[in-house]
Write a protein that binds this ligand. Structure first.
Ligand code: IDP
Ligand code: MG
Length: 165
């Protein structure tokens, strides 16, 4: 079944110049990239993205990590689309704990646990269809995705927008 999943290359991945390596590994899945953008993550976006983990002891550090407080302040967000996308991407990512991840997975090859206990595991991938929908809608607007993944509608809005001088 064709599915879509949200992938984030986390700030450690970008700071360590691993973007190309991670994208090359993901291309092994033969999935299609449906959207991509570089994002400076606000506290609000970080907390919404990890809302389900807000009671975990590592939550505060996790928010700092994804906002780039420990690295460069940027994340690459992508939507991958295709057959069995969720499982294919999760498999290539490897286990959450980079020390336990298969050494040939992205997290096993490039992740680490800091002395403070932060799992710097390079990549995020959605775990199920519901999570993917919530996350994709959080990181992308319909116009930023090249296919109609979820129902959308056109509305008239008047907003201040930055344009080239
Ligand atoms: P996932 O990223 O493999 O889906 P989640 O349980 O959703 O794993 O956790 C989100 C992120 O929180 C992880 O990718 C990792 O960066 C961090 N994390 C998860 N568990 C721990 C932990 O026990 N200690 C420190 N950081 C953790
Ligand atoms: Mg998760």
């Amino acid at each position: 079944m064709a599915e879509q999943t949200l992938v984030l290359i986390k700030p450690d991945g970008l700071s360590k110049s691993l973007t190309g390596n991670v994208l090359a590994r993901l291309s092994e899945t033969k999935l299609e990239i449906a959207a991509a953008r570089i994002v400076q993550v606000s506290k609000e976006l970080a907390e919404q993205h990890y809302a389900l983990l807000k009671d975990k002891p590592f939550f505060t550090d996790l928010i700092k990590y994804i906002m780039g407080d420990y690295h460069k302040k940027k994340v690459m967000a992508l939507v991958y689309w295709g057959d069995d996308a969720l499982a294919k991407v999760r498999k290539i990512c490897g286990a959450t704990n980079p020390e336990e991840a298969d050494p040939v997975s992205i997290r096993g090859a490039y992740g680490r646990i800091t002395t403070k206990g932060v799992y710097e595991n390079v990549i995020h991938a959605s775990t199920n269809i519901e999570e993917a929908e919530r996350e994709i809608k959080l990181w992308f607007s319909p116009d930023e995705i090249i296919m109609e993944l979820y129902p959308s509608k056109k509305v008239m809005v008047s907003v201040e927008k930055r344009v080239w001088v």
